[in-house]
Design a protein around this ligand. Structure first.
Ligand code: GCU
Length: 677
């Protein structure tokens, strides 16, 4: 067994004889231009897929092709799609059509570029993997976001910050000479879901990656990824001019420093002409930055932007900042620091904003920066790796979380101004758009450790391509491609995936609680965490439990973080009665005896959520037991064992949090909470 190495590109045998016949006929003879490197990888992929699904070796020839794969410009006149269809696709988009029988070709995949063809072919293969009928195929699609990136928090010693699937897949020691098959398969997997860029290095960056010996290695990776349409990016340590450049300062207004970055960019682009650009974490959690020289984020970002601009590079400047002084409310700080800079960044700068204002919690309201900087391209940063969501041992389907954030309404241009639209640039006609996912990939045999964590990589890619996609659609696709298309499997497992996110919220941080994880590693409960170097790293700072109640007052009587949102939201959430219960304790300090919508007390409801989370995991275990016939033995057993860990940990979260909070509420636990043995 492969133990999941092939991810969702399993290309399993199509067993149904009729369907197989149908597919075989359509893929008998393929016409494809293989003069480009992308054309060659398309050919390879088709061979692999047809071999796997149909045990068939397609003929690649111009003679009577059944499948025609060709750029629009190279199509014979009689096969050219209508102009409005051509106009509707962008440079990375494609169209797949079943064509009328007059022509020998039966299926046409067309696009404006080789990259578009590659995406079209992967989408076509997905139809076969999902056992779709191809007699009337008509799919026209283009990505809605331009820069669709993974962010690897990989260090040069191959450890991964917040990584739970082994060490980094980048084997710096053996690069540039050894190009591992993993790099190719990584690129294939990413291209199959439309990811078009990767930041290779950690945001807590080392300057060494910018040295010549490392750049040679980066070039080797860029060369390997290029045919798959994947650009390489690096993190830029702000103090690099000092650390590897021998300068005395990294002041962004210093001429020597500016020249150093320009020269560095020229050096990089000489090796990697399509290098994507830099991602920067500056003046955050101890990282160096322009503030060290009394300069602003804009000074810093624009200096780097100027260096890469002549080469068409971009700068992604992170907004994950919170000052080192005694905190106001940490949730407010990125907004406070960045909103005044709106419109002052150079054209090739994106500000990269986490989905929520604290830090990748199981649930956060959307970050108030979305919608608040209309003159600045804002990039979404999601975390695919499960730092606060159980590491590698919990099954949590994150597309559900991503979907929730993307569909929140910022009201920035009136009702319907969703976060998805802000990120896709459609509200402000922003051309430079981007989205990043902090990768969960390591050198584990199955890439992500937990077999189901693959779904989060897949789902991120799909939403990066189209942020309006439904989590449900993503779940069905992934399950069908990875395991089985049998409805007896897909249906119950889709429910399991979709419900798994609410389960983790319930047993970790219900009703708007947040940041209550154990200190440092963020795994397991730690509502008691206090007395750390910084108040805003403790749990007690966030839940504020006392004899009166629990929760963080972010209304005008408290930190007033709420005022950073649009008036529609501010108004609704200022009132405890009209605040969605899922955000209750995010915005309010609520008395233990306060009655929620169901007429029961807050204390009762807190216990109810903790218990529901545990029950949901039990339900997942029961469902999984029924799924044995549909999955290979290794994945079955591994998931089974991981689910039992998840159950134990869910119980641990429930018991320890309730016991801890009970010292403040001084109320009895409801009967449905199991008594301690
Ligand atoms: C979190 C995480 C850090 C990471 C930081 C960031 O705080 O715990 O490991 O460096 O986010 O996003 O920069």
């Amino acid at each position: 067994a492969q133990d999941g190495y092939k991810l969702w590109l399993q290309y399993k045998t199509v067993d149904d004889a009729k369907l197989r016949q149908h597919y075989s006929e359509l893929n008998e003879a393929i016409s494809l231009d293989t003069t480009s490197s992308t054309g060659k990888v398309i050919q390879k992929e088709l061979k692999l897929a047809m071999q796997g699904m149909l045990s068939q070796k397609p003929q690649f020839s111009e003679e009577n092709p059944t499948l025609l794969i060709r750029k629009v410009a190279d199509l014979p006149k009689n096969l050219k799609p209508k102009q409005n269809l051509i106009d509707s696709i962008n440079d990375e988009g494609f169209s797949i059509q079943t064509i009328p029988s007059k022509s020998t070709a039966k299926i046409l995949i067309t696009a404006k570029t080789d990259q578009g063809l590659l995406y079209g072919v992967f989408t076509y293969l997905k139809q076969l993997q999902l056992h779709k009928d191809l007699t009337e195929l008509s799919i026209t699609d283009s990505p809605k976001i331009k820069k669709r990136l993974l962010n690897h928090w990989d260090n040069l010693d191959r450890t991964i910050e917040r990584g739970y699937a082994g060490f980094s897949i980048w084997d710096w020691h053996l690069l540039p000479n050894l190009i591992k098959q993993e790099y190719i398969d990584y690129a294939r997997a990413n291209a199959s879901i439309g990811i078009n860029g990767t930041v290779l290095t950690n945001v807590n960056a080392s300057a060494y990656i910018l040295q010549k010996n490392y750049l040679e290695k980066v070039k080797a990776l860029a060369d390997a990824f290029r045919p798959y349409g994947i650009q390489v990016y690096l993190t830029a340590r702000f103090s690099a001019p000092i650390e590897i450049g021998g300068l005395e300062t990294a002041d962004p207004l210093n001429e020597e420093v500016r020249q150093w970055w320009k020269d560095k960019a020229t050096e990089i682009y000489a090796e990697i002409p399509d290098f994507g650009g830099f991602l920067v974490k500056a003046n955050s959690e101890g990282q160096p930055g322009p503030n060290n020289y009394n300069r602003s984020h804009v000074d810093g970002a624009n200096m780097l932007a100027e260096a890469v601009a002549p080469h068409d590079g971009i700068v992604m400047w992170r907004a994950f900042v919170y000052s080192d002084e005694k905190p106001d409310d940490r949730a407010k700080q990125a907004y406070t620091e960045f909103v005044p800079f709106d419109g002052t960044f150079k054209d090739n700068v994106l500000v990269q904003v986490k989905n929520g204002a604290i830090d990748f919690q199981p649930r956060e309201p959307f970050h108030p920066l979305f919608g608040a900087m209309p003159e600045t391209p804002l990039m979404m940063e999601f975390q695919i790796t499960q730092e606060y969501l159980g590491g590698m041992s919990h099954l949590v389907f994150l597309p559900k979380l991503f979907e929730e954030t993307l569909q929140e309404d910022t009201f920035s241009q009136g009702k319907g101004s969703t976060v998805a639209k802000v990120v896709a640039g459609s509200l402000t006609d922003t051309q430079l758009t981007g989205i990043a996912g902090v990768s969960n990939i390591g050198n584990a045999r199955n890439w992500t450790g937990h077999p189901f964590a693959q779904a989060n990589w897949y789902g991120f890619g799909r939403l990066a391509w189209n942020p309006e996609l439904k989590a449900k659609t993503i779940a069905q696709e992934w399950l069908g491609m990875t395991f089985s298309t049998d409805p007896a499997f897909v249906k119950p497992m889709t429910s399991l995936l979709l419900d798994s996110r609410e389960a983790v919220v319930d047993y970790m941080t219900p009703l708007g609680l947040h940041h209550m994880m154990a200190e440092g590693h963020h795994q397991g409960p730690g509502p008691w965490v206090k007395d750390l170097g910084r108040e805003d790293w403790t749990s007690v700072y966030y839940h504020k439990a006392d004899s009166l109640g629990i929760g963080f007052d972010r209304t005008a009587t408290g930190s007033d973080a709420l005022s950073q949102y649009a008036p529609e939201i501010e108004k609704a959430y200022s009132n405890i009665e009209t605040t969605p219960e899922k955000y209750l304790l995010w915005f309010h300090h609520v008395p233990w005896g306060y009655k929620l919508k169901n007429g029961k007390t807050l204390w009762y409801n807190l216990a109810r959520h903790y218990q529901d989370g545990v029950l949901e995991v039990e339900k997942m275990i029961n469902t999984w037991e029924q799924m044995k016939p549909y999955v290979d033995e290794i994945a079955y057993k591994k998931t089974e064992m991981l689910l039992s860990i998840q159950l134990e940990e869910a119980q641990w979260w429930r018991d320890s949090c309730l016991l801890y909070f009970q010292q403040f509420s001084k109320m009895e636990l409801p009967d449905f909470i199991p008594k301690a043995p």
